[in-house]
Write a protein that binds this ligand. Structure first.
Ligand code: EPU
Length: 420
């Protein structure tokens, strides 16, 4: 038996939706919290299975995790112990790599299995490891475990060949207790990095420059507990904005930071999507006559790779050919096979696609091959004629907080069912 999502398409969405806290910030903030000597309260935590997996890992190493109210968690590392991380949850999510930086920073030693996550083509962590080495650590990979340790971590200059989100955050976490100053050059500038740096600074760290391409970390001895509220999820917001453009009469997406979504909103304007942008919300009205666009994913503030697949679904409804290039993950096109089975006309070559619109979509049995492919298929299901049945929805549950519940409130005909 498998749980699937079923969507009967063509009902127009209408109403308001509130965006949850950022998944990609949360999955870094939770490991970062173990650098404190006392309890850290984080609020705005999304209800997603990646948080469950991280909580399991925290408990494995003796960290107390208390779920308060709906979206608060208290992480208390007072009785934590540095044992090897080999629980199956390590390989369930990519973000388990943040335990490398956090545990190395705290104990100067970490032993853990290979991190997992969505398959989007090769996802190396060489830059994370090079960063740890620059701080004086040795890295060994033996019998399926990374063993990373240092006598002493010493601040250094680290230049990232690629501005990697994960490497930037991981090196920042390893460096907070290092002796002296660490400078990360060509750092990634994603809003999630600013969020992690502000949590660490509230704990007592001395980090400057997060959000720019040069981050300076002056090592400190102790970090204490604090309270932190997570930024809204710009990718969940983007997903609902695209859904609204595809299938809404009128929808207001609340609790957003529009500046985090500029690259998406400007592309949608280019497509002639009808929208009103306010300080913390955006209202979208569906339009039958969308224009095609050319799209290239880039590191922030460029167009987010995580929104490339959801937007591809909308491009099937634009009148004319759109060209999509993913420079971050050239293999992130598995959604196109599924969309084609629903009636889309898309040519995929390595790292790019041409989406030929406008095509009608028809309900099908499809598979969410990864998290954002899942979101792309939900959007397709909303547009399609008939019933779409989405399999492997655990990918969706890893990163979207109550996606089907929120859609139901907007009027979608969406259900979960157990099937053989
Ligand atoms: N890269 C390397 N070596 C490294 C690290 C990265 O070559 O050591 C390459 C990657 O292969 C990729 C590029 O650098 O081509 C950028 O990767 P990055 O490290 O920035 O990605 P990440 O930190 O592993 C995060 C998000 C992803 C999101 C990317 C890009 C988390 C947990 N994940 O991954 O989110 O796509 O940044 O913005 O924060 C998702 O939410 O669906 C998702 C996959």
């Amino acid at each position: 038996m498998e749980e699937v999502i079923k969507i009967v398409g063509k009902t127009k969405l209408c109403g308001e939706v509130k965006i949850s806290g950022s998944k990609n910030a949360t999955v870094a903030l939770i490991p970062a919290a173990i650098l404190a000597s006392g309890p850290v309260t984080i609020c705005g935590v999304p209800n997603i299975s990646d948080v469950e997996s991280l909580s399991i890992l925290l408990r494995e190493i003796g960290v107390e995790v208390i779920k308060k109210a709906d979206d608060h968690i208290i992480i208390d590392p007072t009785n934590m112990k540095n044992i090897p991380l080999d629980h199956p949850s390590v390989s369930k999510l990519r973000a388990s790599y943040y335990f490398m930086g956090a545990l190395l920073g705290k104990y100067k030693e970490v032993k853990m299995k290979m991190p997992g996550g969505c398959y989007l083509g090769p996802r190396p962590i060489d830059l994370h490891l090079k960063g740890f080495e620059a701080l004086g650590a040795t890295v060994e990979y033996e019998k399926g475990y990374y063993v990373i340790k240092a006598e002493e971590l010493i601040g250094n200059k680290v230049f990232l060949d690629i501005s990697s989100v994960g490497a930037t955050i991981n090196i920042m976490m390893a460096a907070v207790h290092a002796t002296g100053r660490t400078i990360i050059e060509n750092a990634a500038k994603e809003p999630e990095i600013i969020d992690v740096s502000s949590l660490l600074n509230k704990m007592g760290a001395k980090i400057r420059g997060a959000g720019t391409n040069i981050i300076t970390i002056d090592g400190v001895k102790d970090l204490g507990g604090c309270f932190h509220e997570i930024i809204p999820d710009r990718i969940e917001a983007g997903t609902f904005i695209i859904m609204a453009a595809a299938a809404a009469k009128e929808m207001t997406i609340k609790n957003i930071i529009p500046q985090h979504l500029e690259s998406l909103l400007s592309k949608l304007q280019e497509m002639d999507v009808d929208m009103d942008i306010d300080v913390d919300c955006v209202t979208i009205r569906g339009n039958e006559n969308l224009k095609p666009i050319d799209l290239k994913t880039l590191p922030y503030p460029g167009f987010a790779t995580d929104l490339q697949q959801p937007l591809t679904t909308l491009l099937t409804q634009a009148i004319g050919d759109s060209k999509v290039i993913d420079t971050i993950y050239p293999e992130r096109f598995k959604n196109c096979n599924e969309l084609q089975r629903m009636g889309a006309d898309i040519d995929v070559t390595q790292g790019s696609s041409v989406v030929k619109g406008k095509t009608d979509l028809y309900g099908q049995r499809v598979t969410a091959t990864d998290l954002r492919c899942g979101a792309a298929l939900v959007i397709a299901g909303l547009i399609a004629e008939g019933t779409t049945e989405i399999h492997e929805i655990y990918h969706i549950d890893r990163g979207y907080d109550d996606l089907d519940g929120k859609l139901k409130k907007l009027g979608a005909n969406i259900t979960r069912e157990m099937v053989d």
